[in-house]
Design a protein around this ligand. Sequence first.
Ligand code: TA6
Length: 328
Amino acid sequence: MSSKASSSEKVSSSEKAELEIYKGAGGLKKVVLRDFSGYSAEVSLYGGQVTSWKNKRGEELLFVSSKSAYKPPKPIRGGIPLCFPKFSNNGSLEQHGFARIRFWNIDPSPPPLPTNSSYKTFVDLILSPKDLLPNDKTFWPHSFECRLRVALGLTGELLLTSRIRNINTDGKPLTFSFAYHTYFLVSDISEVRVEGLETTDYLDNLQNKERFTEQGDALTFESEVDKVYVSAPTKIAILDHAKKQTFVIYKEGLPDVAVWNPWDKKAKALGDFGYDEYTRMLCVSPAAVETPITLKPGEEWTGRQKLCAVPSSYCSGQLDPQRVIRGN
Ligand code: TA6
């Protein structure tokens, strides 16, 4: 629960809505976005991480672990961690890069984004080299701007837009991987199906990143899963049978999709999952992993994910196309 800080300050980012900054868990500052229809989202300045997304009934749609430390330099367990400049657990930088364990700032003057009239409630954040630690620069000696816009749509959809620009003055290219490591809250992982990845190739992190082709007509889950689907379709659906709800993910600029559930043993080993919490989460993460992104000085990359949560009359295992296409 956000506790309103004695010195909560308002940052007005649009004439239609107000942004408020509160001190949340662990005293970490977070921006609260509220739409007048009742939808809301919260973004921690630590990590630039969305830590809550609620529908108009105030129901939480993202998973955040009850055991999350909210204590730098540990990443917050849940919500939407931004994995940048890498999405992997090997190499010199921290696992999944430094972006999710550094403090971001509200961007006072973001370059204009193509405005979409249905997004009136948003916040712009920025992470730049001045926000990094010496160690980051040792292993990743680059000048860059990493911008994030988190926006709420008029029907509660959540839109994340990331823009990364190479501002190296030494002519060096910028090469990075990226992921929106999104933790969806589900009623019971054993009752969840993912549609849209059938027949897609994937790298299996549990089998030395060996490449396979997905065979099933939808993904279901009975044990630990840790796969990166490569060159995946731009729309993926997560059907939650018990809740009769479908999450729909639309992605741009992010060719791959990582799918992860640690299951019981790995969740226990990680230490910041509560007892059997693994049964109530699934990570489906738009990413650029198989082919890292390379920018020449002055070039900018944009990556987006739009999340919708729609009621779904789950019957034959087929998505209700009308409802999904229309959104909720
Ligand atoms: O989702 C892919 C993955 O790399 C898994 O291998 C697992 O490590 C997961 O991310 C969580 O990583 P984290 O660093 O957040 O514990």
